[in-house]
Design a binder for this molecule. Sequence first.
Ligand code: AMP
Ligand code: ZN
Length: 148
Amino acid sequence: MKRLFNSASVGPDRCIFCKIVRGDLPSNKVYEDAHYLAFLDINPFSKGHTLVCPKEHGETIWDMKEDEIGGLFLAASKVSKAVVEATGAEGFRFVQNNGEAANQAVAHVHVHVIPVMMEHKGKTMNRLKLDEAEMQATASAIRTAMAP
Ligand code: AMP
Ligand code: ZN
């Protein structure tokens, strides 16, 4: 199968999302099951911007088995409900970049869950810098909203 060019390609040893999955790098986790992990984006487009990834390393969606792709988006859908509830958002985006040409900066498959408000409609969103206390409080609110 064609492999999409990505200069950020590294193996699981050096991959930052694999390090987060292993607990070797810190993250603000919001959801975890046997196969998927969700954590806050460190440089969010909006408060509550979350990344959902498979625990197993693969660069793009083409590296995943079909049922794993379904599982990834099911996990992202569950996470989106908690993100919207916790942030009071009025909508959300899924963004899923594959390959450097698509601006994929981390070569480990992931789905962005980006909560949006009506004020975002039709506008370009810029990255925010939230302090760690605000990131932790947001992650905590999403975890609470994830609880059954
Ligand atoms: P993409 O451009 O689709 O590959 O998105 C990669 C995302 O990962 C970006 O939005 C980054 O802000 C985010 N990111 C990079 N490093 C980390 C990290 N250590 N923890 C959380 N998010 C990260
Ligand atoms: Zn990885």
